[in-house]
Design a protein around this ligand. Sequence first.
Ligand SMILES: NC(=O)c1ccc[n+]([C@@H]2O[C@H](COP(=O)([O-])OP(=O)(O)OC[C@H]3O[C@@H](n4cnc5c(N)ncnc54)[C@H](OP(=O)(O)O)[C@@H]3O)[C@@H](O)[C@H]2O)c1
Length: 261
Amino acid sequence: MDLGLKGKNAAITGSSQGIGQAIALALAEEGCNVAISGRNQERLDATAKQLEAFGVKVVAINCDLSSEAGCKEFVEKAVAGLGGLNILVNNVGGMIPGTLESLDEATWATALNLNLMAAVYTTKYAVEHLTKNDHARILNVSGISGTQLLPGSLTTTIPNTAIIGFSKLMADQLGKNNITVNNICPGMTSTESWGPRAEGMAKVRGTTADGVREAFASQTMLGRWAEPEEIGKVAAFLVSDVNSYMTGTTVEVCGGITKYI
Ligand SMILES: NC(=O)c1ccc[n+]([C@@H]2O[C@H](COP(=O)([O-])OP(=O)(O)OC[C@H]3O[C@@H](n4cnc5c(N)ncnc54)[C@H](OP(=O)(O)O)[C@@H]3O)[C@@H](O)[C@H]2O)c1
């Protein structure tokens, strides 16, 4: 199926590895130009090289998205480098394991800035560029900790639930401009960041890192973790023209870890 993404311009936050990288690759494979971001220049360059192999325009932006200024810089450089913007994917973020007692003010600030405010600020600066194009798309990346009880995930449960509300509000506000805003909710996904995170979560849960990984796999209906590519492909559909009537929706790609009906 042709998703109609050829020649479109997409900016994806936090995309030098993991799910953001997989989304960028899925879009580039469809012929979509991409702006990617990260702070580690080596990882950014390696991902840019992978993306360029698809023959699309790639803009690699080294910036810190934990402040409003960083988000503004990302949007401005993405728009300037790509020559406009059709698609914004707010992906940056990640869980920092901890308890109410162990998490300090600085850790909370990092977690909330990256998992919630980066999406708010990046959207704030992207909207004026998206509205210049027909059928623009915004996709927020949250996670199942926003809809499903996941002990030890305070730092993503709180922003992820807020992202669901933010997506709905933006979908309502931008519908008149023909912009759809959706929210993809990955389940447990094998990304690089789960190395140290599984150790941290094991401490909170009183188990081992392998115990954490196995417990999550056994809670899914498919009995396994996702590969980042499995999230990337659904994301590509959600931001495509083929997805023309879904907006304000949260889409779970979680192997059936959530059980509500
Ligand atoms: N993996 C999962 O199991 C899972 C499950 C549910 C939801 N999610 C969500 O999916 C999203 C991606 O997760 P992931 O596991 O793929 O993350 P990841 O592997 O840690 O990748 C994060 C990406 O964001 C960049 N980044 C991190 N901090 C940044 C900052 N301050 N400024 C700019 N870029 C920054 C990283 O590059 P640098 O470090 O070089 O900056 C990297 O490219 C997150 O929103 C996460 O909450 C993940």
